[in-house]
Design a protein around this ligand. Structure first.
Ligand code: SN0
Length: 316
């Protein structure tokens, strides 16, 4: 594997999940693999888990890590070809990507959707700018369209918790949120689920349909309680409207995941990528219960990042 920009860059998801579960037993086994190599993590947006878990994963592989909060400390970058740069942008991605490539063997990029211009977000200017102009592999640490380290984490976590011999029922549920959030986590979760054997349902209020190129023929159930019936895993996430791009169309608190709703599931597990707004997205009683996997998911971010970096270092 050269770049990791989407879950589809993995040759085989199931095999990768098994490799990750094995790696978890001995995280320092490949400490020599990254010796004398450097990863440079560029953050155009905030982070807790992605930053620390990717750094830890690289360290487990013996790599040196350079982290930069590019959004607040770097020059404002221009992405448009042929632009007369006489406005606010100081540097072109052409130079920035080539320069960083000289200091790093792998570059990680986090650049969220702006949620103002659908076409610009779909074009993945930041991620694709680095893929195009860098001379080293690029890892997507959440772009406008996807969060492939998160969905690999989620696949690992579900594999560890699924009931043996039962095709799991998995629900992706929209939740209310005070801010307009990107579609990336939901998109990548869907991409990943399309590579799994599962009974998969998406539930959200009308008007929250995601990009049909991503959801394809997946069932949408507008009745959340119905969707939760007999679910083994409930994956909860807010996203803003895709059709009315970046808008908040619904704030109905009834969409919060409560214990009452979880009682409709098959002893189901609650999942969320974090950070999460307690008592808006999910009730305390659910996230604090034994059915919540959120802390385990966060732990698996390290393993997911490590298996990805290992594959890139091995060019496997
Ligand atoms: C991001 C998102 O894509 O939804 C990152 C998730 C991994 N989440 C947020 O920006 C939440 C911010 C907030 O204020 O709750």
């Amino acid at each position: 594997m050269r770049h990791y920009t989407s879950i589809n860059d993995l040759e085989n998801l199931q095999e990768t999940v098994q490799e990750a579960i094995d790696l978890k037993k001995n995280k320092l086994k490949y400490k020599a693999l990254g010796a004398d190599k450097t990863i440079c993590l560029l953050f155009f947006n905030n982070s807790l888990r992605t930053r620390l878990s990717t750094q830890k994963a690289a360290q487990n592989l013996g790599m040196e890590v350079i982290v930069m909060n590019f959004g607040s400390e770097g020059w404002a970058l221009e992405y448009e070809d042929g632009k007369v740069m006489d406005q606010g942008k100081s540097e072109h991605v052409k130079e920035a990507a080539k320069v960083v490539s000289q200091y790093a063997d792998i570059i990680g990029i986090r650049a969220f959707a702006g949620l103002e211009d659908k076409e610009k977000d779909a074009a993945e200017l930041v991620l694709n700018g680095f893929v195009k102009f860098a001379s080293v592999p690029i890892v997507n640490m959440e772009s406008s369209v996807g969060h492939p380290l998160q969905c690999l984490t989620d696949a690992i976590t579900m594999e560890e918790h699924k009931l043996v011999g039962k095709k799991p029922k998995v629900v992706l549920s929209w939740a209310p949120h005070p801010k307009a959030l990107p579609h990336a986590v939901a998109n990548s979760f869907i991409n990943m689920m399309q590579l799994q054997e599962a009974d998969f349902v998406i539930t959200h209020p009308k008007g929250y349909e995601l990009d049909p190129k991503i959801t394809k023929e997946i069932a949408i159930e507008y009745n959340q309680e119905k969707a939760f019936e007999n679910a083994d895993f409930v994956y909860v996430k807010n996203w803003s409207s895709y059709n009315d791009y970046g808008q908040i169309k619904c704030t109905d608190p009834n969409w919060m995941t409560s214990a009452e709703k979880m009682n409709k599931t098959n002893n189901g597990k609650f999942m969320h990528c974090l950070p999460v707004r307690r008592n808006v997205v999910v009730a305390d009683e659910v996230i604090d219960s034994g059915h919540s996997l959120v802390i385990e998911q966060a732990a698996n971010r390290e393993i997911a990042a490590q298996i990805v970096l290992k594959k890139i270092l091995e060019n496997d």
